[in-house]
Design a protein around this ligand. Sequence first.
Ligand code: CA
Length: 233
Amino acid sequence: MQNQLLILVVEDETALVTMLRYNLEKEGYKVVDVGDGEDALAFVAERKPDLVILDWMLPSLSGIEVCRQLRRKPATRETPVIMLTARGEEGDKIRGLNTGADDYVTKPFSLPELMARVRALLRRAQPLPQKGNLSFGDVTMDLSAHRVVRGERQIHLGPTEFRLLHYFMQHPGNVFSREELLNAVWGPDIYVEPRTVDVHIRRLRKALNGDDNSDIIRTVRAAGYALDLSKAA
Ligand code: CA
């Protein structure tokens, strides 16, 4: 493993923290834990973690609110976040992803499953092996600098949205099903519900479109998504 990656665990159940710390450290990660949302925000103001494991139910600030604030701060806007929650309801899950979490695990979870998700998300957050630029219409991806620009505007994307856009821009015009996108971007080794793709596509669209740009992603009913070639000129 390269430099020790820093994982911030935000959780108030001490037994769970102990278990997470033990297992994450065993895999070679450095772990810092805090027991509430305020402390989490204070920590990230000083140091930037490589990944955050964030519990939904926390004293004072909720995990949702912490996630929202992480996404607002330039330093942590692109930091991968895995949300933990005791609620298994679909609505909550989508809400969690909509506030900017990159993945979501329902308690009680299996440890190997969480570890697989941590690894997969860290992998997605790593720089791509390719160099150079990709362009589509007025969107340019600078792969070595991990930067996306649309026209004059810099676009900030989370690790998953960056990988999605990269995949689309390598295959402009191709229609990809949710399953194909899951395999290409999330990887075949973890199970993610196909609907998760829709949430990340929505986030990618929102980031790319801003207030006044046209939508370059085409939704193909019952088939999937593609870059819209009519917007490429
Ligand atoms: Ca909790």
